[in-house]
Design a protein around this ligand. Structure first.
Ligand SMILES: *[C@@H]1O[C@H](CO)[C@@H](O)[C@H](O)[C@H]1NC(C)=O
Ligand SMILES: *[C@@H]1O[C@H](CO)[C@@H](O)[C@H](O)[C@H]1NC(C)=O
Ligand SMILES: *[C@@H]1O[C@H](CO)[C@@H](O)[C@H](O)[C@H]1NC(C)=O
Ligand SMILES: *[C@@H]1O[C@H](CO)[C@@H](O)[C@H](O)[C@H]1NC(C)=O
Ligand SMILES: *[C@@H]1O[C@H](CO)[C@@H](O)[C@H](O)[C@H]1NC(C)=O
Ligand SMILES: *[C@@H]1O[C@H](CO)[C@@H](O)[C@H](O)[C@H]1NC(C)=O
Length: 489
């Protein structure tokens, strides 16, 4: 779980369809009842608590017998399913509006590890309690005896459905012998043939997308579906996270094209649906900001820009796995993110006076794993194949109502309909961002087109931003750092 921006709009009923060998789970973008984070070392302390400050992709499941309805957050960046218990203090205070679990009223509840569940997140939120097994229902589909965490003490008001590698589970004991987490258990229960799923987040402006377990929906993408390799965690000698090689970045607008990164400057990036924004090396992020006219605001700790830039022309092409690998284009309207659930802050002075202020979808980070979060992932249809340790990537088809589901035919089968990216064995990630060979940023040919006549002078722009009641969770999210401490099972 990571920081997320809030989204308004509590969306109507969720639907879930099961077909032979695949399970579709519709997810919705929504706000939750959590409160905003204070960035611990921020100079900017006037943060107003916002009941709708956290957002993300949520969907409904049933846990226990009889099934108790829970609306939970989907996260490819973590690997446990856990829910807050109804007796946790936050839930007793009435904050668990999305559902909390009453173990006493489930006839199929088995506690398997008292006091052994503990996770804490990079934002200092945590959950601790027991591991248990119970029935987990996705629509009419049963996963019997799924191992889950029960948050008896937690400051998080809703549960998470982590669908990452079992090797990345919170329990330290799992490092050697992971329990069967949800994707594995679905395969073991015969709901799907292979441990794999496809994620279609859909447009920023759309309320719903879906996750399809066990198959690929050919109706949800355009162009070729290309498979690339997940990068092995060499220290653990295991696949633990969805890290892939990002090997090029190009900016294109009506005024020209700039190559910002090439296979010489390839970096490892984590595909993380649990991260609202994307985080790239500072020098690369700075070149991107320069292209679009975004400005890093020290008081907010992030790059921001006028919301109107969402309508500006231009796109970034992200290339993967070396020359000839798949490319995903991301347009400006997917990269301008609301800072608040209500009216955005209004700029009262500077060249952008009278404009509303938004967050830019690509932020910077200097250490740790770089992240392609929802601001990138919405533009892609992504297949996660945990058996073959491959990722299928294709340009998404926004708002598609077409459905053409092809299940994985058998355990370990290759991603249906996907072709392999050409092997470029010479491409390996650069070791240090200090060595990042930056493209020439003084003469960016695409910048004029991106900014569509905006003044390139940024120095006094947004000078009043720190006076505004910004309602955004400000900390950085990095899934690799999600589990800061873990207790032995
Ligand atoms: C759970 O959700 C289902 C479908 O939305 C609904 O029919 C049912 O009444 C709910 N059950 C409870 C106990 O709220
Ligand atoms: C949990 O279930 C038990 C048994 O059905 C019931 O006595 C108790 O009141 C429930 N607790 C809450 C908080 O609903
Ligand atoms: C679940 O596990 C418990 C304890 O190991 C066992 O008694 C029970 O029969 C199992 N239930 C199912 C449906 O497999
Ligand atoms: C998708 O649907 C949303 C909501 O209806 C709409 O705002 C958006 O413009 C659509 N996107 C595209 C690319 O058609
Ligand atoms: C993506 O952008 C590149 C560079 O502008 C362009 O050549 C390519 O056709 C675009 N691809 C799609 C699917 O739009
Ligand atoms: C992001 O870049 C800004 C300057 O552009 C820098 O001040 C800040 O420390 C960077 N943040 C991180 C997390 O690297």
């Amino acid at each position: 779980m990571k920081k997320r921006l809030g989204y308004l709009g509590l969306v109507p009923a969720l639907t879930l369809t099961a077909m032979a060998q695949v399970v579709t789970w519709d997810i919705e973008k929504r706000a939750t009842g959590g409160s905003l984070q204070r960035r611990s070392k921020s100079a900017f302390e006037e943060i107003i608590l916002n009941e709708k400050g956290r957002g993300g992709y949520f969907a409904t499941v049933q846990i226990g017998s009889p099934g108790q309805n829970m609306t939970m957050q989907l996260d490819t960046g973590s690997s446990d399913v856990w829910i807050p218990h109804c007796d946790a203090t936050v839930c007793k205070s009435g904050l668990c509006m999305l559902g909390s679990f009453n173990s006493s009223s489930s006839k199929t509840f088995y506690e398997i590890g008292e006091d052994e569940f503990y996770v804490s997140y990079i934002d200092d939120k945590y959950a601790s309690g027991d591991y248990f097994k119970d029935r987990f229902q996705i629509g009419g589909n049963d996963v019997q005896n799924l191992t889950m965490g029960l948050g008896l003490k937690t400051d998080i008001t809703y549960g998470l459905v982590g669908v990452g590698y079992a090797t990345n589970e919170a329990s330290k004991a799992s490092k050697d012998s992971p329990y069967a987490n949800l994707p594995v258990a679905m395969e073991q229960n015969g709901l799907i043939n292979s441990i794999a799923y496809s994620l279609w987040l859909n447009d920023l402006d759309a309320n719903t997308g879906n996750i399809l377990f066990g198959g690929v929906d050919m109706g949800k993408f355009d162009g070729p579906l290309t498979k690339i390799d997940v990068i092995l965690d060499e220290d653990a000698d295991k696949y633990t996270e969805f890290i892939v090689l990002m090997s090029s970045l190009t900016a294109t607008s009506p005024s020209g094209t700039d190559v910002l990164a090439t296979s010489e400057s390839a970096i490892e990036v984590l595909l993380d649906s649990g991260s609202t924004l994307s985080y790239l090396p500072t020098e690369l992020a700075q070149a991107i900001w320069k292209e679009v006219g975004a400005k890093y605001q020290v008081s907010l700790g992030m790059a921001i820009l006028p919301c109107s830039h969402s309508a500006h022309p231009g796109h970034f092409s992200f290339g993967f796995a070396g020359d000839g690998g798949p490319t995903i284009n991301v347009t400006m309207d997917e990269l301008v993110i609301d800072l608040t659930n209500g009216d955005p802050p209004l700029l009262t002075s500077g060249p952008y006076a009278g404009e509303y202020l938004c967050a830019f979808g690509i932020q910077n980070y200097t250490t740790g794993t770089y992240v392609l979060g929802d601001t990138f992932l919405r533009s892609a249809y992504v297949v996660y194949d945990l058996e073959n340790n491959q990722i299928g990537l294709a340009p998404t088809k926004f708002n598609s109502t077409e459905t053409n589901i092809v299940p994985f035919p058998s355990k370990g089968a290759s991603i249906p309909g996907a072709t392999a990216a050409p092997v470029t064995s010479t491409t390996s990630p650069i070791d240090s961002v200090v060595d990042f060979p930056m493209a020439e940023t003084t003469n960016l040919k695409a910048a004029d087109g991106f900014q569509d006549g905006d003044s390139p002078e940024e120095s006094s722009v947004l000078g009043k931003a720190n006076m505004l009641p910004i309602l955004l969770p400000l900390s950085i999210s990095l899934a690799s750092a999600v589990l800061l401490s873990v207790r032995l099972l």
